[in-house]
Design a protein. Structure first.
Length: 494
């Protein structure tokens, strides 16, 4: 029986662009400087001022206001951070006003001790709704100090919060501007076209139409008439079907697919899936070639591109930063598995479940993360064999906020925002004190509920947290308890 996962409510990205370190992230500072990633805080502050509506939700595939408002100060005693992407877009016009509002927090007192958090969180973690085993870690993202821990090193089934690890590994290995290419090649004898999948699950009919038009133009220029059409999925290997079996939460994992293999017009959440995503994409491409004036002699056939073939058309995906954001906001399993396989390819591993597991684990190890007890069986979190600790998830989030890892920032900007977007869009009310101040990845399987993300507390600290529960009997009650824990962090302790 299919395991239930969260059903995202927020739409995916419509336009794309690469993430840039804004000018105000490049400044160093002392201990009195604002030391936090302010994506969450800014959203809460801006809600009150109406700036979210003024800024608009998207700008070239990044949340415009969020991209420009993410502010990271160096850790105490840290290294001065300089931006590495001078060619990117400038900060949004709303940024100065946002920064001015945030500047009011610069004189706040030093972080309180851990006793306040212990008194506030421990009773909440004992709530019966959180099942038989619950673990938690809270880290001050600016200093890296662990403020609270319960079962920090206990391996737990993370469900979809494992996407945080997948995204971190992919961004670290490939960088935020990497794009996945889908190509069309022509054999040396000009008789066979091959649609070569690169592993982009976001390929859609519009992209295939553009590929067909470019292909037709190239063939017409060369005087080539009808051709045979093949499709190449050899970039991926191993089982295509996820270990949970055929499931509405994920298509067969293929290097070539269109619209994530969905059989309806949806673009997120569970949906009926094709059993042959590559064949379906190739047949759609054949129809579009015919529309563009290129006749194919027969139905597309699976096969590798011939040696010596030349590329006649290429489509590139959105930047990896945008794919990560979409995967996290919408809890997109197909993109998450693609991110894991792209990491495997970069590492020289087979692009399979096993190769992805080795590559993602190795990449996280190079980042110095605590991997004891971790098993990253897949990239999406659908596999119950996945095991991570609350300590690992909290450290992953703190690392994404670190000034010396700007390439990881999409891990934070992609997290759903409490009361606003993705899988947290309907879990906080407009009057909740945590609305806009919490960004977190949700996780849900039968008997498993998790929440990992960031919260800005009353002192202006950015806190990275991970709460994991197993043995739960009511997903709704468990989610409410997890949300209460996160809200307690946002309220802060005095």
């Amino acid at each position: 029986m299919a395991e239930p996962v969260e059903k995202p409510t927020d739409g995916p990205l419509n336009r794309w662009g690469k993430w840039k370190v804004p000018e105000y992230l490049k400044r160093g500072g002392g201990r009195d400087d604002l030391r936090l990633v302010a994506g969450s805080a800014v959203l809460g502050l801006v809600v009150a001022a109406g700036a979210v509506l003024a800024a608009g939700p998207w700008d070239s595939g990044q949340r415009k206001a969020e991209r420009d408002q993410v502010a990271v100060q160096r850790r105490a005693g840290g290294v001065h951070h300089e931006g590495t992407d001078p060619g990117g877009p400038e900060p949004a016009a709303s940024a100065p006003a946002v920064l001015k509002a945030l500047g009011a927090a610069a004189g706040l007192s030093a972080p309180a001790g851990t006793s306040g958090l212990d008194a506030a969180l421990t009773p909440l973690l004992d709530a019966p709704a959180l099942g038989s085993v619950r673990t938690a870690v809270v880290v001050d993202a600016a200093t890296g100090k662990q403020l609270y821990a319960r079962g920090a090193t206990t391996p737990m089934t993370p469900a979809s919060t494992v996407k945080i690890a997948t995204a971190t590994a992919a961004l670290s290995a490939l960088g935020p501007v990497h794009r996945i290419a889908t190509t069309v090649t022509l054999s040396p004898d000009s008789r066979t076209l091959t649609l070569v999948g690169g592993g982009d699950p976001t390929l859609d009919k519009a992209a295939l139409r553009s590929l067909a038009a470019d292909t037709a133009r190239s063939l017409h220029d060369a005087g080539t008439g009808s051709v045979r059409l093949a499709y190449d999925t050899s970039r991926y290997s191993g089982p295509a079907v996820h270990p949970i079996g055929p499931n509405e939460n994920i298509a067969p994992v293929s290097a070539l697919m269109a619209d994530e293999g969905r059989l309806d017009k949806s673009d997120r959440g569970p949906a009926a899936r094709t059993e042959d995503p590559a064949g379906d994409a190739a047949r759609t491409f054949a129809d579009l070639l015919d529309d563009a004036g290129v006749a194919t002699r027969s139905d597309p056939a699976s096969g590798r591109a011939a040696a010596g073939s030349r590329t006649v058309a290429t489509h590139r995906s959105a930047p990896l930063s945008a794919l990560v954001e979409r995967a996290l906001t919408n809890s997109d399993n197909d993109i998450a598995e693609a991110l894991a396989r792209q990491t495997a390819l970069k590492a020289g591993e087979p692009a399979s479940f096993a190769g992805s597991r080795r590559a993602v684990t190795a990449r996280l190890k190079t980042l110095g993360l605590p991997l004891t007890g971790a098993l990253l069986a897949d990239g999406s979190g659908l596999d119950r064999a996945d095991k991570v600790t609350a300590g690992l998830l909290a450290r992953l989030l703190a690392l994404a906020a670190a000034p010396d890892h700007p390439e990881l920032r999409p891990v934070l900007t992609g997290l759903p925002v409490a009361g606003f977007s993705g899988t947290l869009g309907d879990r906080y009310t407009a009057t909740s004190p945590a609305t806009g101040l919490i960004r977190a990845k949700t996780g849900t399987l039968t008997g498993v509920n998790s929440l990992a993300g960031t919260a800005v507390d009353a002192q202006g600290r950015l806190l990275a947290f991970a709460f994991l529960a197993s043995g739960t009997t009511s997903a709704a009650d468990a989610e409410a308890s997890l949300d209460t824990l996160a809200t307690t962090l946002a309220r802060g302790t005095r």
